[in-house]
Ligand binder design. Structure first.
Ligand code: S3P
Length: 439
């Protein structure tokens, strides 16, 4: 699953940004769609499934546990659910590549299956903290082995019974919340998670879509174990996190408009649109509808001269994956942008505070990394070379930045863009960006 071959790109200045696009299916929703359909009591079809390496890793893991998945066409799957207790122990270690979501959600989902299995990942995933899930799950009676640092390879041991937990989560993480709730499906009684800030709620929405009762009171989400998932078809909305690259591309070019159809606008994800609005871009939402409890719409962003703003922890939680590309918007804005309460950014596919600060400095922008965020002073992007450290969102962010650069930007180590955005280069070209593989 890991990207063995490094891939480098060159992104050139200029380009006529604009147009109407579609982006691939939402990563978070695709993971959950395949996980929950696998455990449903019948056959589910998933359309617009994200074929990126991360979601393929989740599907392959389910197949290794005995779930039949037919590929009807490239992005259309038919999953033959085996029921809550129908998974079989895999005969090999499950390699989840670069995907933190797969590993953390599987820890919860598989903790109560009654069999042992081992999860591994690539170099980046093997460095990411797993105690944030293994600690609360152990309180429920689950048993894990990890490295001394609490990282993968991670073995889930067969546990007799899980007990319900009322968990006050120390960090704002949808993966941790989901892992505890998914273990709660197998626990005796009511499992609850209280979150310090609202995080994406796709798990809650999709469980309800599969007929499973999930309650929310303020910041506390709860469910009772022992229920069933009723087979349902799912149409995955376009991924707002992928669309964000093109929205920023338009936002930093006054007068340019990018319109993206069929994109998810779940209120726990729309921080990127709010930040762009506050910076001065024009954001329009039309053709809104609902799909399996998820709001979907056509979103268009028109560029304007942007101004720097303050982004605090509430907004950070709603834009966590879009912050790298929003830092590019900040680099193109007048004045200073200060981001705080963003410690979580340091434990993503790379330390995104450090990789973005280094990258912005490398292309001529004043950026100061802080323990909980960053300060960026808008200015002229000059061009140069950046290392994405194998982090898909860093590579795509600087591909967008090049548009406003004087000289080209060489982007190192971009192969992992395929984990979340297969076809990014084609889509970027369609949007007017001038980015291609380095010859
Ligand atoms: C995700 C949650 C977020 C996000 C990740 C996907 C999910 O991670 O960054 O890309 O699907 O639940 P955290 O829970 O670590 O914030």
């Amino acid at each position: 699953m890991s990207s063995a071959v490094s891939e480098d790109w060159i992104a050139r200045p200029g380009g006529a940004i604009g147009g109407r696009l579609q982006v691939p299916g939402d990563k978070s929703i695709s993971h959950r769609a395949v996980m929950f359909s696998a455990l449903a009591d019948g056959v589910c079809e998933i359309s617009n499934f994200l074929t990126g390496a991360d979601c393929r890793a989740t599907a392959a893991a389910m197949q290794a546990m005995g779930v039949r998945i037919d590929t009807l066409s490239e992005r259309h799957l038919r999953v033959h659910g085996v029921g809550m207790r129908g998974l079989k122990p895999p005969t090999t270690t499950l390699d989840l590549g670069n995907s933190g979501t797969s590993m953390r959600l599987f820890c919860g989902l598989l903790a109560g299956q009654g069999f042992e299995l081992t999860l591994t990942g690539d170099e980046s995933l093997s460095k990411r903290p797993m105690r944030r899930v293994t600690d609360p799950l152990s309180q429920m009676g689950a048993r894990f082995s990890t490295t001394e640092a609490g990282t993968a390879p991670l073995t889930i041991h067969a546990a007799a019974e899980l007990s319900a937990l009322d968990y006050v989560m120390p960090m704002a993480s949808a993966q941790v919340k989901s892992a505890v709730l998914l273990a709660g499906l197998y626990a005796d009684g009511c499992t609850a998670v209280t979150e310090p800030k609202v995080t994406r709620d796709h798990t809650e929405r999709m469980l309800r879509g599969f007929g499973y009762a999930v309650d929310r009171e303020g910041s506390r989400v709860s469910l009772s174990g022992g229920g069933q998932l009723r087979a349902s078809n799912i149409e995955v909305p376009g991924d707002l996190s992928s669309a964000a690259f093109f929205f920023v591309a338009a936002a930093i070019q006054p007068g340019a408009t990018i319109r993206i159809d069929n994109v998810g606008i779940n209120p726990t994800r729309v921080g990127v649109l709010e930040v762009l609005r506050r910076m001065g871009a024009q954001v329009e939402i039309s053709a809104q509808r609902e799909s399996m409890g998820e709001p979907v719409a056509t979103v268009s962003v028109t560029g304007a001269p942007l101004k720097g703003i303050e982004i605090d922890e509430d907004l950070v939680a709603l834009a966590i994956d879009e912050l790298p590309v929003l830092f590019v918007a900040a680099a193109c804005a007048e004045g200073e942008t200060v981001v705080s309460g963003a410690e979580e950014l340091r434990v993503k596919e790379s330390d995104r505070v450090a990789t973005m600060a280094d990258g912005l400095q490398a292309v001529g922008i004043e950026a100061e990394a802080r323990p909980d965020g960053i300060r960026i002073v808008g200015g002229q992007i000059r061009g140069g070379e950046i290392n994405s450290h194998g982090d898909h969102r860093i590579a795509m962010s600087f591909a967008v930045a090049a548009q406003r650069s004087i000289e080209p930007i060489v982007l190192r180590d971009c192969a992992n863009v395929a984990t979340s955005f297969p076809g990014f280069l084609e889509c970027a070209t369609q949007a007017g960006l001038r980015v291609e593989p380095l010859a």
